[in-house]
Design a protein around this ligand. Structure first.
Ligand code: CND
Ligand code: ZN
Length: 361
């Protein structure tokens, strides 16, 4: 089968990869749609460390082709969304209502038993986040597979696998944005635009979008932003001015850069919150002076996967979509064949798309 593989640092290509059949507790999924997220690019460029080669892909939807022994919650023919975090239901975090932090297995490019099902040129290779679903098929842990109803398109469902769940969840689950709140969203790619939609759903009164791209800020408005600010030396002053010198209740950083993280900490009002969604490099540091957090009672909060409970939230977001609360169709700017993956990544890097999605026949 064809798969998009990060072969070495800064290199990726469409490769021929073979898959072993699913073992106990695993599922073979025929992919129908895979979203191209910045985290895929971050695996290629080393922002998120990974062994090479790695089959990319962590946002997608497809059809169950075959189930391994012991799998009972799905069967062949079911439509599913994949989760890039397994949810075991038994570890410390799962039983303490933090399933997005489930630590049933190490994220080392293998499946839960510490081995891979994917082979390239005869050698076993890694897969991204237990999935590696930027491929025609994927063998994944059954606890990463969530069945959905068959009435939604695969390209809409795919976004629920990462961007939508992370972004909307950052607003309504992680930060719990209150009705009437004022928010800033710094970085309006696929995830940031989803944060904007989450803030709109939560009833935020003012949603200030900040992105280098004017096109992205136009998109931001169509998803619910009430104001836009072009980033520059005066971003903080400008937004302070717009909020009567107070700052915003919640400032979401959705890029993963120290400078924009520091901006978000400054933008949060006294008692407000900076929510860090973007994933930066391990070597990078941001700085906050030692006086400011206690005296202003600000909170800096990390957001992992929109604090998702995949068992309930994937279907909740699809329900929001059916009811017209959440725009998924407008998030898909362009679709690609798997052979066009290099173009999809080029468009991600140049910021052309809200989301690009790879479709399979
Ligand atoms: P994408 O590349 O689509 O968007 C990034 C946006 O940031 C683009 O619109 C850029 O124009 C904009 N941008 C870049 N630099 C600046 C700047 N200095 N000032 C203002 N705007 C800027 O990325 P994405 O939306 O797919 O992903 C965004 C981040 O979220 C990325 O770091 C990704 O790894 C992370 C993420 C986190 C999680 C999680 O669970 N926390 C899950 N998925 C993705
Ligand atoms: Zn992602």
């Amino acid at each position: 089968m064809k798969a998009v593989v990060a072969t070495e640092l800064d290199q990726f290509s469409v490769e021929n990869v073979e898959l072993d059949p699913p073992k106990v507790g695993e599922v073979l999924v025929r992919m129908k749609a895979t979203g191209v997220c910045h985290s895929d690019l971050s695996m290629i460029n080393g922002t998120i460390p990974t062994p090479f080669p790695t089959v990319l892909g962590h946002e997608g939807a497809g059809i169950v082709e075959q189930i391994g022994e012991g799998v009972t919650h799905v069967e062949a023919g079911d439509h599913v969304v994949l989760s890039f975090v397994p949810q075991c239901g038994e570890c410390f975090h799962c039983i303490h209502d933090e399933p997005y932090l489930c630590n049933v297995a190490k994220v080392d490019g293998n499946l839960l038993d510490g081995t891979s099902r994917a082979r390239m040129n005869g050698d076993y290779i890694a897969v991204m986040s237990f999935l590696g679903n930027m491929a025609e098929y994927a063998v994944v842990p059954s606890i990463c597979v969530v069945p959905i109803e068959k009435d939604v398109s695969f390209q809409a469902a795919a976004l629920v696998g990462c961007g939508i769940t992370t972004g909307v969840g950052a607003a309504i689950k992680t930060a719990r944005v209150a009705p009437g709140a004022t928010v800033a969203v710094v970085g309006c790619g696929g995830v940031g635009l989803s944060v904007i939609q989450g803030c709109r759903i939560a009833g935020a009164k003012r949603i200030i979008a900040v992105d280098l791209s004017a096109e992205k800020m136009e998109m931001a408005k169509s998803f619910g932003a009430t104001d836009t600010v072009t980033p520059g030396a005066n971003t903080v002053r400008e937004i302070m001015g717009m909020t009567g010198g107070i700052g915003v209740d919640y400032a979401f950083e959705v890029i993963g850069r120290p400078a924009t993280i520091e901006t978000c900490v400054k933008l949060a009002r006294r008692g407000g919150r900076a929510v860090l969604v973007g994933v930066g490099r391990m070597e990078e540091r941001f700085s906050v002076n030692a006086l400011i957090l206690p005296l202003t009672a600000k909170t800096i909060q990390g957001c992992m996967y929109g604090s998702v409970n995949t068992k309930t939230d994937f279907r909740m977001y699809l329900d929001f979509y059916r009811r017209g609360l959440l725009d998924l169709d407008g998030m898909v700017s362009r679709t690609y064949s798997i052979d066009e993956a290099p173009q999809a990544f080029a468009d991600l890097e140049s910021g052309n798309n809200a989301r690009g999605v790879i479709l399979y026949p």
